[in-house]
Design a protein around this ligand. Structure first.
Ligand SMILES: Cc1ncc(COP(=O)(O)O)c(C=O)c1O
Length: 333
């Protein structure tokens, strides 16, 4: 079975497991896990921010990150198929007590006209005050689309002028970085706070980080503990992230292979490969569920992400030969 449902399905490599086994650990709730601290320092530095906080999931990093900008009773603006809006089981409302208003873009892009027309930080006693804008790069449900740096910079300029703050859901920011050559620090500079994941394209079994100012991270550390996310000798997991980010192991650089494999799949499925920026292909079909079932029967596991949307995702555990075989099956279907 070639499993293209998600890039979260990867299993840690033997070398990653060995690094995890060797990790020096301590109690991270006491701030005494050297491996977690090393990972947090490394990732904060990569994005040009003061600090970072290790979290078990991207969802928790997002809840803490958005919550650091938006108080209960305030709103965040985002694209309508953003992960924070469509997925995460409504955590931002249920836990963060905030509301969202959205704009819609088929490729998940920033719509500055929509943002500026919705942005309303203080419209009197009836209206929800807007506190922040959230963007997702790459954009999962828009098929791994990259948000161009110039659009993000325009949004940043607007936000600075208007007094809005920016959250970047960078679960797959590494894919955007490899696809465009944009420095991680340039992406970091457009956001007040961002979340990044180690457990997707990079192949770590667990782990995300919130990245931001020392104050935001100190506050998020308290809120993480309140949510039950204060972990103890968790360096054993952080070690997997450090391993993946060490250039020697090539986990970041090799994302380019995933992108090439995704274009191969797109071509086979009649999706214009030029619209596939990274490792995700979303295809719209009326018979989405039946197509997924037929693919499964032919040895290729893919998933529906909407009534008429089928998604396939390439990752560390999909070789070139796997991608070619899957492409042949999907082309036949
Ligand atoms: C864009 C994006 N943000 C956040 C998340 C949440 O990550 P997790 O599954 O670790 O909670 C995901 C998960 O796929 C995602 O695609």
């Amino acid at each position: 079975m070639i499993d293209l449902r998600s890039d979260t399905l990867t299993k840690p490599t033997d070398a990653m497991r060995a690094a995890m086994a060797r990790a020096e650990v301590g109690d991270d709730v006491y701030g005494e896990d050297p491996t977690v601290r090393a990972l947090e320092e490394l990732v904060a530095g990569l994005f040009g921010h003061e600090a970072a906080l290790f979290t078990p999931t991207g969802s928790m990093a997002n809840v803490l990150a958005v919550g650091s900008l938006v108080s209960p009773g305030q709103e965040v603006l985002c694209e309508s198929s953003a992960h924070i809006a469509r997925a995460e089981l409504g955590a931002h409302a249920a836990v963060g007590g905030l509301t969202m208003r959205t704009w819609t873009h088929p490729r998940g892009q920033v719509d500055l006209g929509a943002v500026s027309s919705m942005f309303a930080p203080d419209m009197g006693p009836f209206f929800v005050p807007t506190a922040a804008v959230s963007v997702e790069n790459t954009h999962n449900f828009a098929g791994g689309a990259v948000l161009p740096l110039r659009d993000l910079r325009d949004l940043r300029d607007f936000a600075v002028g208007a007094g809005a703050r920016i959250h970047l859901d960078g679960a797959r920011i590494w894919n955007a970085h490899v696809a465009t050559g944009t420095a991680l620090a340039d992406y970091g500079a457009i956001a007040d706070v961002l979340s990044v994941c180690l457990s997707k394209g990079l192949g770590a079994p667990v782990g995300s980080l919130l990245v931001g100012s020392a104050d935001a991270v100190a506050q998020a550390r308290v809120r993480r503990k309140r949510l039950g996310g204060g972990m103890r000798q968790v360096g054993i997991l952080a070690a997997a992230g450090l391993h993946a980010l060490d250039a020697v192991h090539g986990h970041v650089e090799r994302l380019a292979d995933d992108h090439a494999h995704a274009r191969l799949l797109a071509d086979a499925c009649g999706v214009d490969p030029a619209t596939v920026d990274t490792n995700i292909v979303v295809m719209h079909r009326q018979d989405a569920a039946a197509y997924v079932a037929a693919a499964e029967a032919a040895g290729v596991r893919i998933a529906t992400v909407g009534p008429t949307a089928v998604r396939m995702v390439t990752h560390l555990d999909v070789t070139r030969a796997d991608a070619e075989q899957a492409a042949a099956v999907l082309a036949r279907l």
